[in-house]
Design a protein around this ligand. Structure first.
Ligand SMILES: [Zn+2]
Length: 58
């Protein structure tokens, strides 16, 4: 079982899903909102939210 974390930004009033990004240990990357530029670690307006979805590979 793994978790897929989906990110949303609600700067436009309703949560908008951000594109998934691949994470590597060497170069951590974050999803970024194309509208307001917010990211999970730089979210001055607190519009970023996320939801974890369980996925079963078996
Ligand atoms: Zn936004």
């Amino acid at each position: 079982m793994t978790f897929t974390r989906r990110w949303f930004c609600s700067c436009r009033g309703t949560p908008r899903e951000l594109a998934e990004v691949e994470r590597t240990e060497d170069e951590p990357t974050e999803p970024v909102c194309p509208k307001c530029g917010a990211t999970p670690s730089s979210d001055p307006r607190h519009t970023i939210t996320y939801s974890d979805r369980e996925t079963w590979d078996d």
